[in-house]
Design a protein around this ligand. Structure first.
Ligand SMILES: Nc1ncnc2c1ncn2[C@@H]1O[C@H](COP(=O)(O)OP(=O)(O)O)[C@@H](O)[C@H]1O
Ligand SMILES: [Mg+2]
Length: 234
């Protein structure tokens, strides 16, 4: 099992945003986290990255326990997050933003990883020297994903990567997500857009008020009346 999470809790003061969530993602698998706005998707990803106050019974990557580790240790162990809202540095160039994702010091390795990201997202290469703030929303999303992949993750977490983007860009991102998974990365994809998420995912978890209410294959979730009426407007 590439990634294991047991009984994650995230609280904000008196608010329990995530209440005992357990999940796993295998290497090469895309797993969707679907749920309405406020269901706790982002809080799970932030808790896994140790970016918010949380507790868990177990957090492990490739069998290595990281339950009490901080963000940097988790990053170096192979957990990486592309956050909701992209958060690229607008004044820095595209290349500088990409490079920020590499936590090491080896300039040759950094360049090799950057070239691989530019091969995957040619529009970023074309705009390499441009300020990130001048990119379109879709390009900024590609940049945020590229920066996250620069860390060399075993688990790549993507928070709402398609929010507000045109269908053609969504398809491009879906292809990139599948590509990363097929290269052996475990992908955890948080999306309000259940249709998109379940079109690329192998499995999915449905969240409601900070709890997992359903876990099933993407095929079963796509066919489920509850999922269709709650998340696909059908
Ligand atoms: N920084 C915060 N402070 C207080 N409450 C928060 C904070 N972030 C999220 N919440 C609350 O936690 C719950 C889950 O939010 P979130 O994880 O952002 O859900 P989702 O990503 O599924 O929309 C919501 O009730 C939200 O209002
Ligand atoms: Mg969110």
């Amino acid at each position: 099992m590439s990634f294991e999470l047991e009984r994650l809790q995230v609280r904000y003061g008196a608010v329990t945003a995530v209440d005992g969530v357990s999940l796993h993602v295998k290497a090469g698998e895309v797993v969707a986290l679907i749920g309405a706005n406020g269901a706790g998707k982002s809080s799970i990803l932030k808790g896994v990255m140790a970016l918010t106050s949380h507790t868990a019974a177990r957090v492990a990557v490739e069998g290595r326990a990281l339950t009490n580790a901080g963000t940097r240790t988790r990053l170096l162990a192979g957990i990486s997050l592309s956050p909701e809202g992209r958060h690229v540095f607008p004044q820095l160039s595209v290349r500088e933003n990409v490079d920020l994702g590499y936590p090491g010091r080896d300039a040759v390795e950094r360049r090799a990883r950057r070239e691989a990201m530019f091969d995957r997202f040619p529009r970023l290469r074309e705009r390499e020297a441009q300020a990130a703030g001048s990119l379109s929303g879709g390009e900024q999303q590609m940049l945020a994903i590229a920066r996250a992949v620069m860390a060399g993750p075993r688990l790549l977490m993507l928070d709402e990567p398609t929010l507000g983007l045109a269908p053609i860009v969504v398809r491009e991102l879906a292809a990139a997500i599948l590509h990363f998974a097929r290269s052996g990365i475990a992908v955890l994809l948080a999306e309000q857009n259940a249709e998109m998420a379940l079109s690329v995912a192998d499995r999915g978890y449905v969240l409601q008020s900070g709890r997992v209410v359903t876990e099933a294959s993407a095929r079963e979730l796509r066919a489920s009346d509850e999922v269709r009426s709650a998340f696909m407007g059908m």
